[in-house]
Design a protein around this ligand. Sequence first.
Ligand code: AMP
Length: 463
Amino acid sequence: MCGIFGIMGHPEAANLTYLGLYALQHRGQESAGIASSDGEVITFHKEMGLVADIFSEDVLSRLPGHMAIGHVRYSTTGSSELKNAQPFVVDFESGSIAVAHNGNLVNAHTLKQELEVGGSIFQSTMDTEVIVHLIARSRRERIEERIVDALTQVRGAYSLLFLTRDKLIAVRDPHGIRPLALGKIKGGYVVCSESCALDLIDGELVRDVEPGEMVVIGERGLTSAHPFFPAPPHFCVFEYVYFARPDSIMGGVTVYEVRKRLGRRLAKERPAEADIIIPVPDSGVPAAIGYSEASGIPFEMGLIRNHYVGRTFIEPQQSIRHFGVKIKLNAVRGVVKGKRVVVVDDSIVRGTTGRKIIKMIRAAGAREVHVRISSPPTSFPCYYGIDTPHRRDLIAATHSLDEINTYLTSDSLGYLSLDGLHACVPKMEKGYCDSCFSGSYPVPLDVQETEEQLPLFRGSVRV
Ligand code: AMP
């Protein structure tokens, strides 16, 4: 769960990367960094915190060059500290290289142990550093070959940007689990997690980087290669459900449109007798509009979000999470009072948000509260880069539909079916990774890796 942005061929590369990261801030709020190159030297700056707080004019002026990569991070592996912030910049025999990674490797632990036995010393606890070590140890000559050599040894999800002295190299794992978009800007190219970052800098979306594709952008333009064994594509369906920004285009379709379709389908599959449809903002808004359209029940903003609070989920400490919902949302009494309300959200993870929201809506006078979720029950953790709790903390893994309804204190609860979800996402001949809903993991996991994933409730009691 990270955002990456890279640019080649623009005199203000670092400034544009800063703007790109701003647009990708929803993908991670823990740390941010930019590395730039003027063709000779790589310079970088990274800190804990938000993009806007880290990069001042002064800091950006110290990142010269016409090429740059940037990263915003929320950790799925590795702890929350500066040494784990990216881009990760190292010097080795063939020069300097900076790396920005979105995704999660599933054999990093095993590889790291092997590398340590062979004498490697690690500076961070990030799985990305394993890739860097493998590149440094490769006996191949050219950097592209070294990268391919390294990546054929790792398994899992990776959308990666590499910055060398004079090249920007982008790679997407053979399953294409995490997104990566290729764009153009006057005089150059951009590669970024989501197309919303291109909109901000007046760039133009060219296409998605393909699963298993390596794009090399140098002084003489762009070349593309498919250096890995082909594998069935498994794009993360949760990007459509929740994670990506609704204004981004993925698989040729605007995420907003997909979410509306999910809502329409949900209304057909799980109708409700009600007076109003209200979303849990912001994530539930497009689906609630779709639900309202298909059901003919009016859409209202019955919950208002305070935009000055970060995403509840994304704060690493449990104490903050507990306050989170109340700080973030408030019910509009005049809208919900005396009404039968359908509340639409994109997903239920532990159920804590939903329970508090329902309490809030009832306290504001709603007569009935029906919960509708525009995805299937989240019953399995993600090991490919989305921050999810251990299975035992996922309410749908341990409770039946009725039990969840009782816990939420809702009058009724309905989820979208898995078939319904697949009917709404673009029909790329490509497959999806829906492991968080189905438990079917496209890339086999090392046992150790399932333990390595950070629990969301850091410091919580393990049962
Ligand atoms: P919970 O209270 O644990 O059930 O959280 C559910 C809320 O978290 C929903 O409103 C979702 O929009 C949101 N959500 C779902 N998955 C994630 C995630 N991986 N990261 C951050 N927020 C999420």
